[in-house]
Design a protein around this ligand. Structure first.
Ligand code: ADP
Length: 267
């Protein structure tokens, strides 16, 4: 069992100016994104954070379930009010991925990577194992990203036998390191890095090059599937673009820009 979270404990470790403030802690919620969504609609300020020790309705993309035992994970959602052009929304997922990887490196000493579009992974053999995921839910007004809720689920201290049976190739920092990590330290490092990247983005610095460099998917033969595909797209993941799309070259040489999908390695 790792150290206890809680509002006072979180406030004590925060080094940010506005991100993660105010903080609302819940021992258990349905989904941190949903709770924060309600607060956002009621006018909560940018920076507001919801932290929970357990989610009964944790979610990934396409309403897939995110499952983790109580007290083992970092389960948080952050509210942003960017006002950016809608196409720039993926920058938030990029920044969060970068910040999570930096935090894991700084606090746990583990070299992690990112799997397009929103998974936190550690390289394992030819592939990877997933220890976390991000979920961005935006509210748009015309062509503006009015508000965005950015959820993070990070498997900090889930013992091997308690990883979600639904998850293929899931892992945790505990499993990778053989020792528990401080969720509070991870949280503080994540927020500090994310606030820095967000402010840099506001001054026009794109997170794309750094994010792209962390992707484990590039240069590999992949198969992409999902709701937008009649049949899976096979090809080579060549690059990503500024807006986070995956550029896949098919065997005929045609380049496809994929905005959303599930990527698996071929061969
Ligand atoms: P992906 O992008 O990999 O499809 P999602 O963002 O949709 O992932 O997240 C949901 C999926 O993640 C689930 O379908 C399940 O396979 C997996 N999953 C659920 N809980 C966990 C967890 N704690 N750790 C790792 N993977 C998980």
């Amino acid at each position: 069992m790792s150290e206890l979270l809680g509002r006072a404990a979180v406030e004590e470790v925060l080094s940010t100016h506005w991100l993660g403030r105010p903080v609302y802690y819940f021992p258990a919620v349905g989904s941190t994104n949903d709770v924060l969504g309600e607060m956002a609609r009621a006018g909560a300020p940018a920076g507001t954070m919801v932290v929970a020790d357990f989610q009964s309705q944790g979610k990934g993309r396409l309403n897939r379930r995110w499952e983790a035992p109580a007290g083992t994970s970092l389960l948080i959602s952050l509210l942003f009010r960017p006002g950016w052009p809608a196409g720039q929304a993926a920058w938030l997922t990029m920044m969060a991925g970068l910040a999570a990887v930096e935090a894991v490196q700084a606090v746990a000493g583990l070299a992690a990577g990112l799997k397009w579009p929103n998974d936190l992974v550690v390289p394992a053999g030819e592939g990877w194992r997933k220890f976390g995921g991000l979920l961005l839910e935006g509210e748009f007004a015309g062509d503006r990203l009015e508000s965005a809720i950015l959820g993070l689920g990070l498997n900090a201290n889930i013992p091997a036998g308690h990883l979600s049976p639904a998850a293929i190739r899931a892992t945790s920092l505990l499993v990778e390191l053989g020792r528990p990590v401080s969720r509070l330290k991870l949280l503080a490092a994540y927020l500090e890095c994310l606030e820095f990247l967000y402010e840099a983005a506001g001054e026009g610095h794109s997170p794309h090059p750094a994010w792209n460099a962390r992707l484990v998917t590039l240069g590999r033969p992949v198969q992409v599937s999902g709701p937008g595909f009649d049949r899976p797209l096979a090809g080579t993941a060549e690059a990503t673009d500024e807006w986070g799309r995956l550029l896949v070259r098919d065997p005929a040489g045609v380049l496809h820009a994929v905005a959303a999908g599930d990527v698996t390695l071929r061969g």
